[in-house]
Design a protein around this ligand. Structure first.
Ligand code: NAP
Length: 522
């Protein structure tokens, strides 16, 4: 198999890999054959149609029907939770070695299917080839990471000391029972795969609701678990609106814990409202307004490459996207010149084409946000490059915009609000401490980047920046591109509720609670 040789990560993929593109072309053909069909959701492995089907169209071209997806009702959700609860004792007591064997098989299936899954994701949410492949392969690696954590820690069972009476004294981490996973559109596989596999290897039964954009990719994750031999009771797949399916899950007393990844507004509501009668764990991974600082001691070629990739990769629609850049005044003009030059070379278009870097934004709301931010820059600042929607010719049927750099006053809302579009704001600074203060002046704290060749400056920044994932001098991305086992991913402040990161050493334990066991034998 030719693909065995590739190790795919965001940082290592190269766009001129011909063999990879050939395999991807085949993946596109397979994914195309899946389009336009009706898809039920699954409760205990049984297909259901809920209140009927809802059509999903591609942001690339509104004539492309991704499929019709059955919409679960509140009653379907209650049934799914009841099934998960009924199976939770059995799954929780299945030896962890058996659980991880199934999840590892699912990871291998995802890898085996990666080209068609990536092509489907590209059609569904508009990711370019390499970003979509990265999302799929990251998903497989998140499953593997969570399995390895269980193994490394011997299933989190630790012998304890005995005092007096002979017997067994040990400490275990035990699952919560039913664990809900609600995922966002922008990493429709990875941010469902990481939480669901964490919950499953820990011994919880999962009730999963994907975002309405990204639902087909979510269904493909369900299929990978199912085909790997996961028992039907352990994983419930529910498609349907957040306001119905999500709301019913969040408010159901039998859901023992939840991982939500999505916007600050929805996430904070869940964080405040999830636990009602007694405390329950809530993992909310939320938005970002991620800053980069470029010092006058930076390598500007590296810095502009890194900022470009993080500002415009997947159209700025990553929680880790770089939307604010503070540049030392001494190098400000040169930085802008280089960034503008590189930005104007970006190819915008159908992300299934191999030379396209920037695909469409997800929907009409994103287009409106883009236009509001561009209008604000025109009114109160200036547009360095871009600023326009693309509506002619090949762009006419999709949600396309130009990659955009703006200068706006530091008190503009553009510096505060998470925009989730390919638009980055830049400003000059005179003093590093002031730049760090500005970078930290946000309710968010997800990722941050810094460029300087001066070690003392680097240490100053490392020790004072308020974010969970931070990068120095990274050409592959100023603020984006984390990988499980390489850069654990989680937010501080309004970006995350737990201070623990996916793909890191403290992740899986969040899906379990401690039980100290004493069995006297005399
Ligand atoms: P979103 O609108 O908040 O939706 C996220 C999920 O929540 C979707 O499945 C959505 O379902 C569901 N939902 C909506 N309303 C709900 C409710 N009242 N109760 C329960 N669930 C509800 O976010 P998005 O637009 O999909 O994703 C973008 C956001 O995610 C950005 O803010 C981004 O920064 C954040 N994000 C954070 C991370 C991280 O790791 N920190 C990673 C990726 C993305 P529907 O789609 O059916 O409405």
């Amino acid at each position: 198999m030719p693909e065995q040789g590739f190790r795919i990560t965001y940082a290592t993929m190269s766009a001129d890999n011909e063999e990879l593109h050939k395999l991807y072309d085949r993946g596109i053909e397979v994914a195309r054959s899946w389009l336009g069909q009706k898809h039920p959701f699954y409760v205990n492995g049984e297909p259901r149609e809920g209140s009927g089907y809802k059509e999903v169209r591609s942001p690339i071209d509104h004539d492309i029907v991704i499929g019709e997806f059955a919409q679960a009702t509140r009653e379907d959700v209650r049934d799914a939770i009841a099934v998960a609860k009924a199976f939770s004792t059995e799954w929780g007591n299945t030896p962890w070695q058996e659980r991880i064997a199934i999840v590892r098989r699912a990871a291998d299936l995802i890898t085996e299917r990666r080209y068609e899954l990536a092509a489907l994701m590209a059609m569904e949410v508009g990711k370019n080839r390499l970003e979509a492949l990265g999302d799929v392969e990251e998903s497989a690696d998140l499953l593997r990471w969570n399995c390895n954590e269980m193994e490394k820690h011997n299933g989190f069972t630790t012998p304890m000391q005995s005092l007096g009476s002979p017997g067994e004294y040990y400490d275990m981490l035990r699952p919560y029972g039913v664990w809900a996973v609600i995922s966002p559109f922008n990493f429709p596989m990875a941010l469902a795969a990481g939480p669901s596999s964490g919950a499953l290897v820990a011994g919880n039964c999962v009730v999963f609701k994907p975002a309405h954009m990204g639902v087909f990719t979510g269904l493909k994750l369900y299929e990978a678990y199912r085909d790997a031999g996961l028992p039907a009771g352990a994983f419930q797949f529910l498609s349907g609106p957040g306001s119905v399916v999500g709301d019913e899950i969040v408010n159901h007393p039998d859901v023992g814990g939840i991982t939500f990844t999505g916007s600050y507004e929805v996430g904070m509501g869940i964080y405040k409202g999830f636990a009602k009668d007694f405390p329950k764990p809530v993992i909310c991974e939320m938005g970002g307004k991620n800053p980069t600082i470029v010092s006058d001691k930076a390598d500007l070629d590296k810095a502009t490459d890194g900022v470009l990739r993080s500002a415009f990769g997947f159209g700025g629609q990553k929680c880790s996207a770089n939307s604010r850049v503070y540049v030392h005044r001494n190098v400000y003009d040169e930085f802008l010149r280089l960034l503008k030059e590189k930005t104007e070379k970006i190819k915008v278009g159908n992300p299934l084409e191999k030379d396209v870097y920037l695909g469409p934004v997800i929907d009409e709301n994103a287009l409106a946000t883009f236009e509001e931010a561009a209008a604000e820059a025109r009114k109160n600042g200036r547009i360095i490059t871009g600023g326009e929607r693309l509506t002619e010719g090949e762009y006419a049927k999709g949600n396309y915009v130009q990659p955009t750099i703006v200068e706006v006053p530091l008190d503009s809302w553009v510096w505060k609000k998470e925009l989730f579009v390919p638009l980055v704001a830049v400003a000059p600074y005179d003093d590093l401490d002031e730049a760090i203060r500005l970078a930290n002046d946000t309710e968010y704290g997800l990722t941050a980047g810094f460029y300087s060749e001066d070690r003392a400056e680097i240490d100053r920044w490392l020790n004072s920046i308020e974010a969970g994932v931070i990068y120095v001098n990274r050409r592959a991305g100023a603020t984006t591109g984390a990988w499980p086992g390489v850069q654990p991913f989680g937010g501080w402040k309004g970006s995350g509720t737990t201070g623990k990161a996916g793909g890191g050493p403290y992740y899986v334990t969040q899906y379990m609670r401690e039980q100290s066991r004493t069995v006297i034998e005399e």
